[in-house]
Design a protein. Structure first.
Length: 266
């Protein structure tokens, strides 16, 4: 059995590969059609003009749902491993909520393009990466609290390193973007898809775009640390047939259900 066939390890792998492919395919398409400059454009700029906009949108929507599935499995895993530790349980719930918000932000990025609805696009980016880095922080803290019984020290340090990488990328992108859009280098730069290296503001633009790509891949890299954990998880469905028809509920099933309700089991 290959390593990606063990447990649910394929889930974070599929999330990372699919999300990276959505960035790379839209970039290649935009470059081929000369819609953006080859040298490190904004990721959002590669998903602004059709047909790459369509590819970018549908692939990121799928990534958002895969991200929700990955975060839910992680949530259930931590809950199962620490059922009686209230501190870890609370942090786990907070982390899962933040993760869902981050995935919702990714849907906004996918469906509201930068050059069309800029402020909504920025809100989506803040939810995806801003809230996403807090999700990473919570998961890193959980890794620290669960060592050495559940997690090794190595996985904690790896997640902490990726968290620092992601946070540094956010800081670099924020500072360079503030400088770029401060008005010193002209107006309406949001709509600008082609840059001349001789233009004023090109250096700030380049730092900002490199930081954005670094941010995206550092964020995705965090989910690769789930692979080993997910190898210990299996998923199966149990079907219990209560009758030979789907329209009439057997009396015995109704009695059992009422008994469970009285007992407080469901």
């Amino acid at each position: 059995m290959w390593w990606f066939q063990q447990g649910l390890s394929f889930l974070p792998v599929a999330l990372v590969v699919w999300s990276a492919a959505s960035f790379i395919f839209s970039y290649i398409t935009a470059i081929t059609l000369h819609h953006v400059d080859p040298l490190v454009p904004y990721i959002s700029d590669t998903g602004t003009i059709p047909p790459e906009r369509c590819l970018f949108g549908i692939m990121l929507n799928i990534s958002a749902f895969m991200g929700m599935a990955t975060m839910y499995v992680r949530y259930k895993q931590v809950h199962a491993l620490n059922p009686e530790k209230s501190k870890i349980t609370k942090l786990n719930k907070i982390g899962f909520t933040l993760g869902l918000m981050s995935c919702f932000g990714l849907c906004i990025i996918a469906n509201f393009q930068k050059c069309i609805l800029y402020y909504i696009h920025v809100i989506g980016a803040c939810l995806t990466f801003g809230v996403g880095v807090i999700y990473m922080l919570v998961q890193t803290i959980l890794s620290y609290l669960m060592q050495p019984e559940v997690h090794s020290k190595d996985i904690f340090w790896i997640r902490l390193t990726v968290l620092i990488w992601c946070s540094s990328s956010i800081a670099s992108m924020f500072i360079s973007s503030v400088v770029l859009y401060s008005g010193l280098y002209g107006t309406n730069l949001v709509q600008k898809l082609h840059w001349d290296p001789q233009e004023k503001g090109y250096t700030a633009h380049l730092i900002s775009t490199i930081s954005e790509w670094s941010l995206a891949f550092s964020f995705l890299s965090f989910f690769l640390t789930y692979i080993r954990d997910f190898q210990k998880i299996s998923l199966r469905a149990i079907v219990s047939l209560q009758g030979q028809t789907l329209y009439n509920t057997p009396q015995s099933f109704m009695t059992d259900e009422q008994t469970l309700l009285v007992a407080g089991s469901i």
